[in-house]
Design a protein around this ligand. Structure first.
Ligand code: ARG
Length: 460
């Protein structure tokens, strides 16, 4: 049995079953780099305020970097008895340095240590997610450019509604990701507060310099209330909420493309490289990557739910429950990172099938709203115009006509005196798209401006 760091208080060792139940090294070893980064900053601070000599500090910092190298080359033994990553690294340092190593934990507790490690980890992971979001935005922007000029049906209630430019469609998804990026940035701003130095819960009687540590670790400020800081996991919850929203955005897009790649829609060609086959049906080509992206949103929302429930009702300050925060945090980040990666691959490889889309663009009276607006421009009240065009659609349906353009000039004029000359120039999806004007609409000029703005912003 390994002697614990708190060995003085305990006469007997820990029951093995308790060790197994309470350990976190099996998952929190992922924090090792950040734990070492925090410890080195802490040691430099201790030396600055005279709690370590410069030589002791140097030995500790060197010892820590050796330990980091050992862990990186997998020449480090992890044992259950040492419970967590903090104890492992400290124990290894003590093995190397003896009494000097035993000084590192001065004015510190694992409570502020773990909060700091996790913050440092999440901060780095957020940067990785942000880079992946930009990659996906680039892929979407390139797809918008590739499909420039192509008109597709826009939907509401999954029913054909109005025609839109494909570029407008791609940029819509890109905008959602931009909001996700701004949420990430916002979350980073709020989490840029140093926990280390609050010790167990109340601070310390030792003359530490928390501002120095904050500066060393790149935090903007120092947590002002030790009870708050040692129990705070808001930053992890907020980050995972943003991840859950990213996962939702990806799941919505994946669902759309799963539908679009069916024979029923036939809008989308997915390259073989991102599809899989069936073990029994030789003809199948399945969009499994998209389905898994859609499915994995469940894991991320699950992680968020776990964290929300984990912190609910915890009294101040640190409680061991908080050890349970790490696995959902890691899993949410891993999952979203992988999904973003693959989403960019899919977007780069897929193409809309212009021929198949064009063949059926005349279905669904996509130009009806534009024709209604043509009447409104001639001072027909909107409700009246709506009823007039509604009756024309119903007339087409009862006469088996597919398009409003199949009606004769006499039919149109009979429906309303303002549907005279100029009406035909409003009919058909191409005319309908050209008629749009408003800011943010699918009007070709608007889309061109937006596409250029994104290309500039993304350096394409
Ligand atoms: N492994 C613990 C965690 O992740 C570290 C903090 C333990 N603190 C304590 N007082 N037992 O939360």
């Amino acid at each position: 049995m390994v002697q614990k760091a708190w060995g003085g208080r305990f006469a007997a060792g820990t029951d093995h079953r308790v060790e197994q139940f309470t350990e976190s090294i099996s998952f929190d070893r992922r924090l090792f780099k950040h734990d070492i980064q925090g410890s080195a900053a802490h040691a430099r601070m201790l030396s600055r305020v005279g709690l370590l000599t410069p030589e002791e500090c140097q030995q500790i910092v060197l010892g820590l970097s050796e330990i980091q190298a050992e862990i990186e080359r997998e020449d480090f033994s992890f044992v259950l008895e040492r419970e967590d990553v903090h104890m492992h690294i400290e124990a290894a340092l003590i093995e190397k340095l003896g009494d000097v190593g035993r000084k590192l934990h001065t004015a510190r507790s694992r409570n502020d240590q773990v909060a700091t490690d996790l913050k440092l980890w999440v901060r780095d992971a957020l940067d990785r997610i942000d880079a992946r979001l930009i990659d996906l935005q680039r892929a979407l922007c390139a797809a918008a450019e590739r499909h420039r000029g192509l008109i597709i049906p826009g939907y509401t209630h999954l029913q054909r509604a109005q025609p839109v430019l494909a570029a407008h469609y791609f940029l819509a998804h890109l905008e959602k990701l931009e909001r996700d990026r701004s949420r990430l940035a916002d979350c980073c701003k709020r989490m840029n507060v140093l926990p280390l130095g609050v010790a167990a819960l109340a601070g310390t009687s030792l003359p530490i310099d928390r501002d120095f540590v904050a500066h060393e670790l790149g935090f903007e400020t120092v947590g002002a209330n030790s009870l708050d800081v040692s129990s705070d996991r808001d930053f992890a919850l907020e980050a995972v909420f943003v991840l859950a929203l990213i996962a939702e955005h990806l799941a919505g897009w994946a669902e759309e493309w799963i539908l679009w790649s069916t024979q029923e829609f036939g809008f989308l060609a997915l390259p073989d490289a991102i599809c899989t086959g069936s073990s029994i049906m030789p003809q199948k080509k399945n969009p499994d990557v998209l389905e898994l992206i859609r499915g994995r949103a469940a894991r991320v929302i699950g992680a968020l739910t776990t964290l929300m429930i984990l912190v609910k009702g915890l009294p101040l300050a640190y409680n061991r429950d908080l050890q349970e925060d790490k696995e959902p945090v890691f899993d949410a980040f891993d999952t979203v990172e992988a999904c973003l990666d693959l989403a960019a691959v899919v977007v780069a490889g897929a193409s809309l099938r212009a021929d198949r889309i064009a063949e059926r663009l005349d279905e669904g009276f996509l130009d009806a709203t534009t024709l209604m607006e043509f009447l409104i421009q001639q001072e027909v009240p909107q409700r009246t115009a709506h009823a007039v065009i509604g009756r024309l659609v119903s007339q087409c349906e009862s006469r088996g006509l597919k398009r409003l353009a199949d009606l004769s000039d006499a039919d149109l004029l009979a429906a309303h005196p303002s549907l005279g000359p100029g009406t035909r120039e409003r009919l058909g999806v191409a005319n309908a798209v050209q008629a749009f004007q408003s800011y943010g609409s699918t009007a070709p000029e608007q889309v061109k401006t937006q596409l250029q703005r994104w290309k500039n912003k993304l350096g394409l």
